[in-house]
Design a binder for this molecule. Structure first.
Ligand code: NAD
Length: 400
């Protein structure tokens, strides 16, 4: 659904709409430039470089490639070396479907990507963490190459007191524990209204059992952690918390890189769990007394890639929408906004710059060339010197 379904849907959408996207767009011409026609011609940027991470190792290469190709570019693809099997599979499969001078796969880690970034590209599209995002942007600056940075961050979930708790629990658990929390827009932490915190935890506990059974280690629907480095990082975060606060899960097995769906309550805002994006199956719950406090908490931190609000109260939802900034939002849902071709997907501030999906992907990889075309049959002298008093009067009127 996530790794293959989304890029496949994106390709179908692009095929369906490409003809109309490619057409020059007619726009109006101001009176002062008449007679003339004005159009915006979509031009490909040229050669684009697509650098992807490991967590959705097919989607984050091919969905981006769809936009680049639709807009008429050629592309160099750099899948993540961390998901090495998928990287090798893409390197093997791509030449079967594309000419090598249209799409090329470059495999490798830091040295290879560093060399790749020394080349001159017309656009660099990077998905991954903000530290490397800065390296990519610095390399791009040397050639004045524009960048799209799809980064991550701590995406909060605000749970209001006025809420359908069962639905909220299902949708939070689904978004959080899909791919064992290794999703850029996974709910990172919950800000629950104090009056519903206990019931929410109970509902999430039983949802986890409904989804993954009494032992999630046996579930075919529950993923593993990508590597030992991330396994150690995540289990280290759990160990730092008071055992009594680990109210769901907490157990793990390094030999299979399994970490149970884990919920931690009474988490301190200064704890290690709250210091950086978790990117794993650990969900901290913090409590707030009202919407204002939740908004302040979010605004004191970096702008997140996604924000989720669960509430039946439209005024409070609107308050959150108007008073916070994030890449995207779901109201009474998590993650789903990523699947709409009509909602450009991207971050803001620390969570990234630029957006893609659907038409936004085409636009990201397009330069809209502004073209004014003036017929020569009539050539009003208004714009030409000498600028007599009468001409000045007319021009001033026309420019109003
Ligand atoms: P990663 O380690 O696979 O790195 C991503 C890419 O950067 C890889 O291709 C890697 O080779 C390259 N890279 C690593 N170090 C480099 C360096 N020093 N110089 C040049 N290139 C280098 O993946 P990651 O960064 O761990 O990915 C996880 C992060 O990505 C999380 O923060 C997550 O939120 C974010 N993410 C964002 C999105 C989104 O769409 N916004 C999607 C998925 C993941």
């Amino acid at each position: 659904m996530a790794d293959l379904g989304l890029p496949s849907a994106e390709a179908g959408y692009a095929l369906k709409h490409l003809k109309s996207w490619m057409k020059p767009q007619r726009v109006s011409t101001p009176l002062s430039s008449q007679p003339a026609t004005s159009k915006r011609y979509p031009d490909p940027l040229g050669v684009v470089c697509i650098i992807a991470p490991w967590n959705y190792p097919v989607q984050l290469v091919l969905q981006v490639l769809t936009g680049a190709l639709a807009a008429g570019n050629t592309a160099a693809l750099k899948p993540s070396e961390v998901s090495s099997a998928t990287s090798a599979a893409l390197a093997d499969a791509i030449p079967d479907y594309f000419d090598s001078d249209a799409v090329a796969v470059v495999e490798g880690g830091v040295p290879e990507t560093t060399t790749l970034l020394e080349q001159r590209f017309d656009h660099i599209f990077y998905t991954g963490n903000g530290t490397v995002g800065r390296i990519v942007m610095a390399a791009a600056a040397k050639n004045l190459t524009p960048v799209t940075l799809e980064l991550g961050g701590k995406s909060p979930v605000i749970v209001d007191r006025d809420v359908d708790l069962d639905v909220a629990a299902r949708r939070i658990v689904w978004g959080k524990f899909m791919n064992a929390g290794q999703t850029c827009i996974a709910p990172d932490y919950v800000l629950a209204h104090r009056s519903v915190e206990g019931e929410l935890i109970d509902a999430m506990r039983s949802t986890i059992e409904d989804f993954y059974g009494s032992d999630p280690a046996d579930s075919a629907d529950y993923a593993r952690i990508i590597d030992e480095r991330h396994f150690d990082r995540l289990t280290g975060l759990i160990e730092k918390e008071d055992d009594a606060n680990v109210v769901v899960g907490g157990d793990s097995d390094r030999s299979t890189r399994y970490i149970a769906p884990t919920i931690v309550r009474d988490v301190d805002a200064d704890s290690a769990l709250m210091a950086a994006e978790i990117f794993g199956p650990v969900l901290p719950i913090l409590t707030v007394d009202d919407t204002h406090e939740a908004i302040e908490f979010v605004n004191e931190r970096d702008k997140p890639l996604a924000l989720y609000i669960f509430s039946k109260d439209n005024d409070r939802v609107e308050q959150v929408l108007r008073q916070t900034s994030s890449g995207g939002v779901c109201v009474n849902a998590t993650v789903m906004h990523v699947s709409s071709a009509n909602l450009p997907f991207g971050g803001v501030g620390e969570s990234g710059m630029g957006a893609y999906h659907g038409k936004a992907s085409f636009d990201t990889f397009t330069h809209y060339k502004s073209v004014m075309n003036r017929p020569t049959m009539i050539d009003p002298s208004m714009m030409y010197p000498p600028y007599t008093k009468t001409k000045q009067k007319i021009v001033r009127k026309l420019l109003k």
